[in-house]
Design a protein around this ligand. Structure first.
Ligand SMILES: [Cu+2]
Length: 148
């Protein structure tokens, strides 16, 4: 009897996840985080974002990092520089790529080494022009290069 109850609980949990996914405006694919060496303070997280409606990625956080910022990487006077941006605009149905050399999530003040084969959880918060916000949870595998 106990066993049956557990199965029901699991099924219910899966149903709840599916429901919240279909309501979500933003979908996240191909997320990954670059592995670190011991005592490394920062790393990048990368993914593809697509929103059904215009919105903006306004913030990100993770338990494994003290700070997560949205960064932009750009060539300026022949030097590759990166800086924090206030928000990353996601125009409706246009995939926005967070990748090496472009936009990325900068995970700083890392609380532990990120080892290949583990997973990082990142929470993304989006806000549209009406001020409505949406939160998306991302499970990103830790890897040395973008997983195929
Ligand atoms: Cu950066």
């Amino acid at each position: 009897m106990k066993k049956n109850q557990t199965i029901v609980a699991v099924l219910f949990a899966c149903g709840a996840v599916a429901a919240s996914t279909s309501l979500a405006q933003v979908s996240v694919t191909n997320a990954w985080v670059r592995a670190t060496v011991p005592n490394q303070q920062a790393t990048g997280a990368f993914m593809q974002l697509v929103s059904k409606k215009d919105t903006t990625l306004v913030s990100a956080r993770s338990d494994i990092a003290g700070v997560v910022e949205v960064h932009e990487m750009k060539m300026e006077n022949d030097v590759m520089r990166m800086r924090a941006v206030d928000g990353l605009k996601l125009p409706a149905n246009q995939p926005v790529e967070l990748k090496s050399g472009g936009y990325h999530l900068m995970m700083m003040d890392l609380k532990k080494q990120l080892k290949v084969g583990t997973e990082a959880q990142i929470t993304l918060t989006f806000k549209n022009s009406k001020g409505e916000s949406e939160t998306t949870y991302v499970h990103a595998p830790v890897a040395l290069t973008q997983p195929k």
